[in-house]
Design a protein around this ligand. Structure first.
Ligand code: SF4
Length: 187
């Protein structure tokens, strides 16, 4: 039997970039530079769900953490994570290695070390009636050193079950560097 019992958990868009907000994609389908070496090393993959796609669809606007951080969206994330957690518990109990989780830094949902915030992002887009207002809005966007909502809920749930695994991230601002760092650790 060839299976090596090593599993990596990946954010959905690492395997399917089509789930990202339209215009945000710097690869065609899967992040091959990351995924192929990991496949060749023999890891199996579990793909996390994309909570944004599964609530707001493919025509959604890019949003920040404040906008998604509602009781409803957290409930949605927990519901989506449950079947994944059940699988992980089963693998863990039966001696499989959960080798790590790879998220997406910069995302309000899947950021591991970094996410994005902007205090005044809300309301009706057609009411933005001047370039100055638009500039003020975009200038209020900031990258902050905290997790996105899915990663917060995922790590809480893993902790509750006493499961510990390393977390890595593809940094949307510098994917090449993050791929190098991750491959150095895992391959
Ligand atoms: S980072 Fe997370 S929420 Fe954003 S597109 Fe990827 S999987 Fe979906």
């Amino acid at each position: 039997m060839k299976r090596n019992k090593k599993i990596l958990i990946l954010s959905h868009c690492i395997l399917n970039v089509n789930s990202k907000v339209y215009k945000l994609a710097n690869y065609e389908g899967s992040l091959q530079e990351l995924v192929i070496p990991l496949m060749q090393k023999g890891y199996g993959f579990i793909q996390l769900p994309c909570p944004e796609m599964l609530s707001h669809g493919i025509k959604r606007w890019g949003q920040v953490k404040e906008q998604y951080d509602t009781p409803y969206f957290r409930k949605h994330i927990k519901k989506l994570l449950q079947p994944i957690l059940d699988q992980l518990l089963d693998y863990h109990k039966n001696g499989y290695e959960l080798s790590g989780c790879i998220g997406v830094d910069g995302s309000p949902t899947c950021g591991v070390y970094k996410t994005c915030r902007a205090k005044n992002w809300e309301g009706e887009i057609s009411a933005i009636n001047s370039i100055e207002t638009l500039k003020a809005l975009t200038n209020s966007l900031e990258e902050v050193l905290e997790q996105g909502l899915l990663m917060e809920e995922f790590q809480k749930a893993l902790k509750k079950h006493d499961i510990h695994l390393p977390f890595f991230a593809i940094d949307e601002a510098n994917p090449d560097m993050s791929i190098k760092i991750i491959l150095k650790e895992l391959v």
